[in-house]
Design a protein around this ligand. Structure first.
Ligand code: 3BY
Ligand code: FES
Ligand code: FE
Length: 437
């Protein structure tokens, strides 16, 4: 069902759409019944997928990693978004940069590895040599008067928010990211991701269209039936309106109310924000943030809910902070806990294949085997990710079957609906803009 990705598998093999999709796509959007899952072609049609790469992944802010992944000057990760490869690196001045992974001589791919550390960037073809800021330092055999300053590696927009790194491939990235940053930063600060390090990272290939993987993340309707480890700590009441709660969930709801009241007191005493901000659609950078109680020990993603690491993040003096949950359209979700953070980035590989990268961050001083146990730290989400990958693969098989007919969302799937609304709004915005050209 899910496997660890190899370098080759995480490379999407697509060319952007060359056909004019405006008519068919507008027709497809028109066919969508509000409150229902999408018509099949949105999940199965290669032309729609290519359009998604351009209109969604080419135009919006994408979460691509956390700053500790590139802690030192020269550290980099490469990110494949459709046919674009981007080098995200820390330059010699300590700034984070995103550079197109394309040589300015004859276009050759510069760096191959998913992660690494580099001094100057040397093109393997004719050895044009670039600084970590992308400037061309050396190009052999060029005639007198050759102006190196005209051949800097093309830059990609990059934005750091509380230790999270976002890139945007568009020439004019959505400006609302600034306002989102301002609003979420106070929530992120207590966890101080800049003082963390990577304890573990997984790449799971999900045999499903990227939207099915996003939809799966945006609801917990499936949690009770599929996530025995997660639901030891994650309240399966997530997303329910109180009046819709089935009787069997009333005890969990009662525990949730008690845990929420305690969490609010703990946060108030420390001036830690917890109130929900939910703007998942109606804006280019849709997001949702809220600090919410966890069940059991209430501290962390372990099966008894007690902390997995004894070195708490930032300067926190308690682990009883539940989880700070952050959802950002189109490709990310995050859980910030008192003792660690677990962050997720999803990227499309093919119309029916996606990759989800999960990263566990602990305090930079936390020592494996002393302050935390690697397996205990990663167990809940490793298992949950594998369960989710299997569910998403099933969903892809189903929507590919000619018998598939879109079905209605339940009330506790409202965030799936908000994600789809966001997606359709962005497609329509893009079609309108294309028509203006
Ligand atoms: O990632 C989230 O926010 C959660 C985890 C389980 C379901 N989903 C809503
Ligand atoms: Fe890079 Fe020639 S293509 S140096
Ligand atoms: Fe799940």
């Amino acid at each position: 069902m899910s496997t660890t990705a190899t370098e080759d598998e995480t490379t999407a093999r697509h060319r952007p759409a060359t056909t004019d999709l405006r008519g068919p796509l507008a027709g497809l959007i028109g066919r969508r019944r509000p409150g229902y899952s999408l018509p099949a072609p949105f999940y199965t049609d290669r032309a729609v997928f290519d359009h998604d790469l351009a209109a969604i992944f080419g135009e919006h802010w994408l979460f691509v990693g956390a700053e500790p992944e590139i802690a030192e000057p020269g550290d980099y990760v490469t990110v494949q978004v459709g046919t674009s490869s981007v080098i995200v690196l820390r330059d010699d001045d300590g700034d984070v940069r995103a550079l197109h992974n394309v040589c300015r001589h004859r276009g050759t791919r510069l760096l191959d590895d998913r992660r690494g550390s580099t001094g100057n960037i040397v093109c393997p073809y004719h050895q044009w040599t670039y600084g970590t800021d992308g400037s061309l330092l050396h190009a052999g055999q060029q005639p007198a008067g050759f102006d190196k300053s005209c051949f800097t590696i093309k830059q990609v927009a990059v934005r750091r928010i509380g230790g999270l790194i976002f890139i945007c491939l568009a020439e004019q990235p959505p400006a609302d990211v600034d306002e989102m940053a301002e609003r979420i930063t106070p929530y992120l600060l207590p966890h101080d991701l800049t003082r963390t390090r990577i304890a573990a990272q997984d790449e799971v290939i999900v045999q499903a269209n990227w939207k099915l993987a996003m939809e799966n993340n945006r609801e917990c309707y499936h949690c009770e039936g599929s996530h025995p480890e997660l639901t030891c700590v994650f309240f399966p009441t997530y997303g329910y309106a109180v009046e819709d709660l089935p009787p069997r969930l009333l005890p969990a709801h009662a525990r949730y109310l008690g845990a929420e009241a305690a969490l609010e007191r703990t946060c108030d005493e420390r001036s830690i924000p917890y109130a929900a901000i939910e703007e998942l659609h109606g804006r280019p950078t849709g997001f949702r943030i809220q600090r919410e109680a966890l069940d059991g020990g209430g501290e962390s993603y372990t099966t008894d809910g007690t902390a997995a690491s004894t070195k708490l993040l930032g300067d926190l003096d308690t682990a009883r902070l539940g989880r700070l949950s952050l959802h950002i359209q189109p490709n990310a979700w995050f859980h910030f806990l008192g003792d660690h953070a677990v962050v997720f980035s999803l990227l499309p590989l093919d119309v029916d294949r996606s990759v989800i990268r999960t990263t566990w961050l602990v305090h930079s001083d936390a020592v494996e085997g002393v302050d935390y146990d690697h397996d205990r730290l990663t167990d809940v989400w490793r298992k949950t990710n594998a369960q989710d990958a299997a569910l998403c693969q099933r969903a892809q098989l189903g929507v590919t079957d000619p018998a598939y007919q879109p079905g209605p969302y339940a009330p506790n799937e409202y965030q799936v609906d908000h994600f789809i609304r966001w997606y359709l709004e962005r497609l329509e915005h893009n079609l309108g803009r294309e028509a203006d050209r």
